[in-house]
Each structure stands twice: as C-alpha cells, then as structure tokens.
Design a binder for this molecule. Structure first.
Ligand code: EPU
Length: 421
C-alpha cells in the first residue's frame, strides 16, 4: 500500500490541468451497455474506479479496453446480466449498471452495494423508480434481482423523495429504452447528470431538461454506439482551487467550467480569495488573510458535499470561527480527528463542525479514510510545519489522477512512497 509524504510550506504557483470527471465517466461507461457496437470514450481519467468498472463491463461480456486516456467498449449481447459482489464491493458506482441492464434485457441481478465509510447510502429510490416502470424487485442474499414481466419497461412519472445523483442516472438510462414518456421529478441537477443526458442523446435517446429538477425522457426502441470526450472534473478542479488558496498561491486551474463551481467560488471569494475566469480555466490568487465563512452542503447547485472536507481545511487557517454543516451524508467528518491531530481546532456536534482558525498546523502521520477526506489531508500537509505522511492513499487513487505529480508541478514538496504498510 502506498503512502504520500509531503513537506509543508511551499506556495503553489503555475498551471494545473484538470482531468476528465470520474463521476461523469462512470455512468457514461455503464450507459454503453444500452447499445451494441464500438463505443469510444476520450478524456477518461486514469483512476482505479474506472479500471474496476472496465472489469465489470468485461465480466458482462463487453470488450472494454482502457489505454492512453481512452476507453473503447465493444458492446456485445450480455449473456448473464449479473453484477457480482466481488466487483460491486470494490466500488458502489457499480450499481449504475442496473438501469441499463434492466432497460436492455428486462432483467438484472446486482449485488447490493451496502453502506460505506461516509454513510448508509441506500438505493431505495432507484428501485422505487424501476418498480413504477413495471419491474418486479426481490431482495435476497445480498442481491437485488429485477425482472420485468412484460419484457420492456413502461414509462412512468417518478417523484424522487430526495434528489439522488446515481438514482437519477440509473432511471434516465432505464427510461431511454422504455415504452412511452417518463418524467423524473425532483431529479438531481448535477452537471454529471447533464453530461450523461448529452451522451444518451448522442446515442439516439430523447432526454429533455437534464440540469433542471424535471427530466422528461421519450423512450426509443434502440440506441447506437457513441464517441464522446468526458467533461472536466469539477471536484478535482475545486480541490486544486482550495489547495492554491490554502498556500496563498497563484494558480491557473486549466480546463474547468466555472459555472459548475459557483457555490464553491462564492465561498472562496467570501473567504478573501480571488477567483477569476481566465481563458478556459480559473485563476486562484490569495494575498491577504483568510476570513471564516459558514458552509452548508446541499445538492447541486448548492455547496457540494464532495468539497466539504477540503474547504474545512481552508477554514482551519481562517481568522475567526466557521460552521460547516453536512446535510448529504451522515458520516462525512472522518477527516476531523486526523486534522485535530495536526493541530486543528474542530468540534463536531451532530451534522455541524465548528472550526476555530489556528496559526499553524503540524505535520503528522495521518490516515486517509475516504476519497475526499484523503484530499483534505494532502491539502493540510501542504501548509503544515514539517513532514506529513498520508497513509492508505488507495482512496485517493480512486478519484485523483496523478495528484502528487500535479502538485509537484505547482511546486509542492510531495512524493509517493510505494508499497509501505
Ligand atoms: N439516498 C437515499 N436513497 C437512494 C439514493 C440516495 O436515501 O435511493 C440518499 C443518500 O444516502 C444520500 C443522498 O440521498 O444521503 C444523496 O445521495 P446520492 O444518491 O445523490 O449519492 P450517490 O449518487 O450515491 C454521487 C457521487 C458521490 C457524491 C454524491 C452526492 C457518483 C458515482 N458518486 O453519489 O461522489 O458525493 O453523488 O453529490 O456519482 C465522491 O466522488 O467522492 C462521491 C462520494
């Protein structure tokens, strides 16, 4: 298992390129199951989660090859539409094969993803939608077994109890091949949902309204393969924006769509950071002190839960006290004890963390617990006095392409230590 060692104190300067979005690539790769033939996906980030998904597609009789930032999928008929536990347990997003498989084959068996470090994360909304579309659902032995007695899903009006990103994506894929017009109400508005809709439409689907909370899908009988370049990763971009601000740096984050990051940009500005669009990127400059600001996570276009841990580190250095409230996942403060070991002053009461700014953090050995928590510890290490070693970085490798190379390119003293326990 690799560790990452950082020696704090360097100001970040220069240009950092942003990779393709993990959370867009995953549903899009799953959507390839909707059509036979040769699909080509470009600008795919080299991440463990993408490799796991290619493994799952290959298990489902597809030929998925991941090379040089491209995934080529030769779509073929699936003989047994089953996503086994061994693959789903590696990555929750595997559940995104459910919608496409049921839409295409009228049946699927998918291991229940179960909880994970950040929360219970049920999939009841995905299943409720499929049921309304005429599927019968059975939960047994840790698997969900879905069967459509009529063979083809029927359109329905589905009202989500809460907006769910992968739930919206699964049902959008399911509805693309269903009979009639499906309406998804209280749908997730995340840019990755919009990106999936763009891809489905390129494949011949009729999806309208993605990016708003009502999505209408007119089902078609069949879809064709697609060639698509994945949009940039707004969370990776946001992470470098915070890292630049943290070190009082001057960084051009290249290839980011600022309109996807409005909530973060507004909070950075309120904290005293300059955020300016520059060409196809965004320049982050901080010269003055950081001010404390309060943040509450919310579904898009609110402040993203996937940026909460990183923003909290920034607030550790701000003047005053900041309140950070997590409303999406019930257990997403696992970075707090590790940050406190580095000298931060954070108190958690229920869903709110109160962060009192400190003058300095101290380098320490810390443990990464999930993807975004890992990123926050790396950012803390960039400004901490002395050396920080972040352990269990496999979490990081699931979501950040070449993070140590990119940070080193901005002047950070950072290295990967291979194979340490
Ligand atoms: N929820 C339910 N029932 C459902 C589905 C969701 O109660 O059927 C709840 C969840 O437990 C959670 C809330 O609804 O409290 C929102 O969860 P959502 O379903 O939107 O999350 P997700 O689709 O499982 C995606 C991202 C996450 C990101 C969240 C929120 C992918 C592959 N994953 O997860 O990304 O945090 O949306 O924006 O798109 C990450 O990249 O680090 C990550 C965790």
């Amino acid at each position: 298992m690799d560790n990452i060692r950082i020696v704090g104190g360097r100001r970040l300067e220069g240009v950092v390129p942003i990779s393709g979005a993990k959370n867009a690539a995953l549903p899009i790769l799953c959507a390839s199951l909707l059509a036979e033939g040769e699909h080509r996906f470009r600008n795919v980030p080299e991440l463990q989660d993408i490799k796991t998904l290619c493994e799952l597609l290959n298990h489902l009789d597809q030929e998925a090859v991941f090379e040089n930032g491209e995934v080529r999928v030769l779509g073929r008929p699936v003989s047994d539409p089953t996503a086994p536990y061994e693959l789903v347990k590696k990555m929750r997003a595997s559940v995104l094969v459910l919608g496409p498989l049921v839409a295409r084959y009228g049946r699927a068996v998918v291991s229940l993803p179960g909880g994970c470090a950040i929360g219970a994360r049920p999939i009841d909304q995905h299943l409720k939608g499929l049921e309304l579309m005429g599927a019968e659902i059975e939960l047994a032995h840790g698997y969900v077994r879905v069967e459509v007695p009529r063979g083809r899903l029927q359109a329905a009006e589905i009202v989500f109890d809460i907006p769910t990103v992968t739930g919206t994506e699964n049902l959008m894929c399911a509805a693309a091949l269903a009979e009639g017009r499906t309406t998804l109400v209280n749908a997730a508005r995340e840019p990755e949902v919009e990106e999936l809709a763009r891809v489905l439409n390129k494949m011949g689907a009729n999806v309208f309204g993605a990016g708003t909370d009502v999505i209408v899908i007119d089902g078609v009988e069949s879809l064709h393969p697609v060639d698509h370049a994945i949009m940039p990763d707004r969370i990776e971009a946001g992470t470098y924006m915070v890292a630049a601000a943290m070190t009082a740096g001057n960084v051009l984050v290249e290839g980011v769509q600022l309109e996807h990051l409005e909530a973060l940009s507004a909070k950075l500005r309120a904290a005293g950071v300059d955020v300016e669009r520059e060409g196809s990127g965004v320049r982050i400059v901080r010269e003055g002190p950081l001010r404390a600001v309060d943040v509450t996570t919310a579904p898009h276009p609110g402040f993203p839960t996937d940026m909460q841990a990183q923003f909290m580190v920034l607030m550790c250095f701000a003047e005053g006290q900041s309140r950070i409230t997590e409303t999406i996942f019930e257990n997403r403060f696992m970075h707090v004890p590790e940050l406190n070991r580095m000298g931060a002053q954070i108190d958690v009461h229920g869903r709110t963390a109160t962060v009192t700014g400190v003058r300095a953090l101290q380098g320490a050995n810390v443990m990464a617990t999930d993807l975004r928590a890992s990123a926050s510890l790396i950012i803390a290490g960039l400004v901490a006095d002395g050396e920080t070693e972040v352990r269990r970085v496999y979490h990081l490798d699931r979501g950040y392409e070449h993070i140590e190379r990119k940070l080193a390119g901005l002047g950070a003293r950072i290295e990967r230590i291979r194979g340490k326990l």
